[in-house]
Structures are given as structure tokens and as C-alpha cells.
Design a protein around this ligand. Structure first.
Ligand code: OGA
Ligand code: MN
Length: 203
């Protein structure tokens, strides 16, 4: 693997996932790339490319603002150099997770997400009842200088542990086991940007 930054971060990520089922890594990507991705998320929002996110999957998909208030757009290869670099980094992480845990992760799906001020995502699990492919969740944050007083934490509910609030600080990556860790997004007083995605295995 030529990604030296990831190489440096991997031991901690693997240890954390093995021991507690979640991991938070600061400065997961170079600042320049994080800034480019943030600018891209804003540009996509400004041209109206983001849509209210649905809940559930397939026929059960419904937009329910009481449950989640974010606006999203799925990433596809070839949309921009920055988003392609992001997909490459996540593919390297996918391969590393497979080597460490034999998870058989086949692919990665991801979307930009923008939470307008005051919006939230109620407590949930990321694995669908009718589709068990999502195995590891990954949220990469795009918000510069986030302050605790601005709210917007990712609140996680680990087994045998009190809930923890993780701030959506730009450059940080949170990983967790999709089927196991209940979590929610608390409302914020400012716009909250991220790239949220899932490493998936064969169904
Ligand atoms: C999700 C989610 C967490 C976050 O999109 O499923 O839980 O911190 N996002 O944005
Ligand atoms: Mn979630």
C-alpha cells in the first residue's frame, strides 16, 4: 500500500475496532483534500444536487423529516478529482480491514450529507432489516473549527458503556460496526457536512 498516512493510522484503527467496535481517527486525510471535499459538498448543495435523504430501502424508502433531516448525494467514480481521491483512500481502507478481520468487504457506498441547522438523525442502526450487506460504517467530517457549543455531535451508544458524543470535526473519520452500534446525530446551530458511507460484504 502506498498510502503512508493510512499505514501509520491502521494499528490504532484495527485495535479500536477489535476492542470496542468503533474508532475515531483525526486527520485521516491531508487538509487540502478535506477542504476540497468540503467545497465540493457546498457546491453540490448550491446547485441543488442534494436531495432529502430517505429512510429504509427499496419500496420501504420514505422521506421522513422527523427521523432524519440531512440532504444527500451519492458518490460515483469520475465526479471530481477530490471525490475520486476519497474513493481511492476508502478502497485502501477496505482492503486493510479485510486483511485484519477477514470481513470479505466487497465494496463501499458513500454519499455527501448536509444537515441544515437544527436538523438531526434519530437513534438508529445502519444495517437494514432486509439487507445485511452493510458491515462497517464510515463517516468523514468536513467542518472546519467545530466547537462543542455548536452541537451536532454523533452520539454513539457502545455496549457496556455510557453514550459518547463525538464532534464532527473536519478531517476526522469515525468507523463502527454497522449492525452493532446504535447512534444518532444531534441538532447543530450551523451547517454540518460529511461524507457518510458503508463497507459492504456479499449478501
Ligand atoms: C448516517 C449517520 C452519522 C453522522 O448517515 O447513517 O448515522 O455523524 N450519520 O453524520
Ligand atoms: Mn447511521
Amino acid at each position: 500500500m502506498h498510502n503512508q498516512r493510512l499505514q501509520r493510522q491502521l494499528p490504532q484503527i484495527i485495535d479500536d475496532l477489535a476492542s470496542q467496535g468503533w474508532s475515531r481517527q483525526e486527520d485521516f486525510l491531508p487538509d487540502t483534500l478535506t477542504h476540497e471535499l468540503a467545497a465540493e459538498c457546498r457546491a453540490r448543495a448550491e446547485k441543488g444536487a442534494l436531495s432529502p435523504a430517505g429512510v429504509g430501502r427499496g419500496q420501504g424508502l420514505a422521506v421522513r423529516e422527523g427521523v432524519r433531516g440531512d440532504h444527500i448525494q451519492w458518490l460515483e467514480p469520475g465526479q471530481s478529482p477530490a471525490s475520486d481521491q476519497y474513493l481511492t483512500a476508502m478502497d485502501e481502507l477496505r482492503q486493510a480491514l479485510n486483511q485484519a478481520f477477514y470481513l470479505g468487504l466487497e465494496d463501499y457506498e458513500s454519499h455527501f450529507a448536509l444537515y441544515p441547522p437544527g436538523s438531526f438523525y434519530q437513534k438508529h442502526l445502519d444495517r437494514f432489516r432486509d439487507d445485511d450487506r452493510r458491515c462497517v460504517s464510515a463517516v468523514f467530517y468536513l467542518n472546519q473549527d467545530w466547537q462543542a457549543a455548536q452541537g451536532g455531535a454523533l452520539r454513539i451508544y457502545p455496549h457496556n458503556h455510557e453514550p459518547l458524543d463525538l464532534l464532527p470535526q473536519g478531517g476526522s473519520l469515525v468507523l463502527f460496526m454497522s449492525a452493532e452500534l446504535p447512534h444518532e446525530v444531534l441538532p447543530a446551530s450551523r451547517e454540518r457536512l460529511s461524507l457518510t458511507g458503508w463497507f459492504r460484504r456479499r449478501s
